[in-house]
Design a protein around this ligand. Structure first.
Ligand SMILES: Nc1nc2c(c(=O)[nH]1)N=C([C@H](O)[C@H](O)COP(=O)(O)OP(=O)(O)OP(=O)(O)O)CN2
Ligand SMILES: [Zn+2]
Length: 124
């Protein structure tokens, strides 16, 4: 058996985007509401019965949430173009050092039913 433990957080942010379609509206500053799901994978510790204590897991997500919520995403230097792909990768980079069991980060945008997930790469 293998276990997955997950937590979700929400953030609301503004951005612009250079695109080849809907060029002009995408270049205007606009906002989206996002949900990020962060999934750990592994085996629970035999003595605690936990993959990771949910409170510690939650704390590890706070830095990521604070860095994105009510921000102008274009101003975040290490994000790149503010797509869901780059948001998922950015959250991954923030959480991974604190949660070595990190398995998947999914960023969802309910307004257009879009979602993007980034996974641990399979060992070659
Ligand atoms: N692969 C990706 N494509 C696009 C992304 C993305 O993150 N990854 N993001 C966008 C834009 O953020 C865009 O604002 C969304 O555009 P669109 O799909 O056209 O949806 P709306 O403009 O209708 O958004 P609403 O806020 O729901 O009105 C585009 N592509
Ligand atoms: Zn947008």
């Amino acid at each position: 058996m293998i276990y997955e433990l997950s937590k979700e957080f929400r953030f609301d942010s503004a951005h612009t985007l250079h695109r080849t379609v809907d060029v002009e509206p995408s270049l205007r500053i606009h906002g989206h509401s996002y949900r990020a799901e962060v999934v750990l994978r592994g085996l629970p510790d035999a003595s605690t019965g936990m993959l990771m204590d949910l409170s510690l897991f939650e704390r590890s997500l706070e830095e990521a949430r604070n860095g994105l919520d009510h921000r102008f995403l274009d101003e975040i230097n290490d994000l790149g173009p503010a797509t869901m792909e780059n948001l998922a990768a950015w959250i991954w980079r923030k959480v991974k050092p604190i949660c070595p069991n990190l398995w998947r980060v999914t960023v969802r945008r309910d307004s257009d039913a879009g979602a993007c997930s980034v996974f641990e790469r399979e060992a070659a």
